[in-house]
Design a protein around this ligand. Structure first.
Ligand code: SAM
Length: 235
């Protein structure tokens, strides 16, 4: 895990021995559980450290310190980017959402085994939470990686974000085109203009992108639409 610390350090992020031990335990659980339930196509520790752990940690280059903040990670799957950010910032108030119950159980197990406090795991659809007053516009940050194209993701994330908060989407090569296509959807959902940062991970020549969208006005009550509609008929 020392290599992970060095990579993170190149992004201005520091990890102590306890945090590295948490990443080692997380990696072991991910590899073990991947034998039983499909969590990730990446099955080699070295690759997990770059393409999952470090990739998730790079969100912090845009968010800044998250201690005391409320962050919801939608479609978290095996915990990305939410759990690495929680390891980096132990006082983050983290909510992990995935509609698949067995993934939610894995997330609960990891949080328990790593001794992470203040982690809520919800086996629920983002569209349902977005219309629930207990979650709607309650978060400083709403994140999503590899969940849906940006027009769709905006409808899942912006309703959960408070005015003054931000959506952060992790995207690949399609980021510039997705941002261009999502302009009307973002505006309709209460978001402001998106800004895009480029991230270069070690040992890969492909750039990754962090798409940051400020929430500037409350989301109209009709959004998000019922489960499945954002993907079926993107705004
Ligand atoms: N974010 C993780 C990552 O980058 O490794 C997981 C990505 S995985 C391809 C997408 C996940 O989003 C799946 O686990 C799926 O169950 C979840 N998902 C998709 N649509 C969702 C929705 N509307 N509400 C909640 N979870 C959703």
């Amino acid at each position: 895990m020392e290599q992970l610390a060095a990579w993170a350090s190149a992004f201005g992020l520091s990890l102590d021995a306890n945090q590295l031990a948490q990443f080692a335990a997380y990696e072991a659980l991910l590899l073990a559980w991947n034998e039983r339930i499909s969590l990730t196509a990446i099955r080699v520790g070295h690759e997990i450290r770059i393409r999952h752990f470090l990739d998730a940690l790079t969100c912090a280059t845009v968010t800044g310190p998250l201690d005391g903040r409320a962050l919801v990670d939608v479609g978290s799957g095996a915990g990305f980017p939410g759990l690495p950010l929680k390891i980096l910032y132990p006082d983050l108030r983290l909510t992990l959402v995935d509609s698949v119950a067995k993934k939610a159980r894995f997330l609960e197990l990891v949080a328990g085994e790593l001794g992470l406090r203040d982690v809520t795991v919800l086996a629920e659809r983002a569209e349902t939470l977005g219309q629930d007053a207990a979650f709607r516009e309650q978060f400083d940050w709403a994140t999503g990686r590899a969940v849906a194209e940006l027009r769709v993701l905006a409808e899942l994330l912006l309703p959960l974000c408070r005015v003054g908060g931000h959506v952060l989407a992790q995207k690949g090569d399609s980021a510039p085109a997705e941002v261009a296509a999502a302009g009307p959807a973002i505006a309709a959902l209460g978001g402001g203009p998106a800004t895009v940062s480029t991230i270069r991970l070690p040992e890969t020549d492909k750039a990754h992108y962090l798409v940051l969208i400020p929430k500037i006005v409350p989301t109209a009550g009709r959004y998000p639409r019922r489960a499945g509609m954002p993907a079926k008929r993107p705004l």
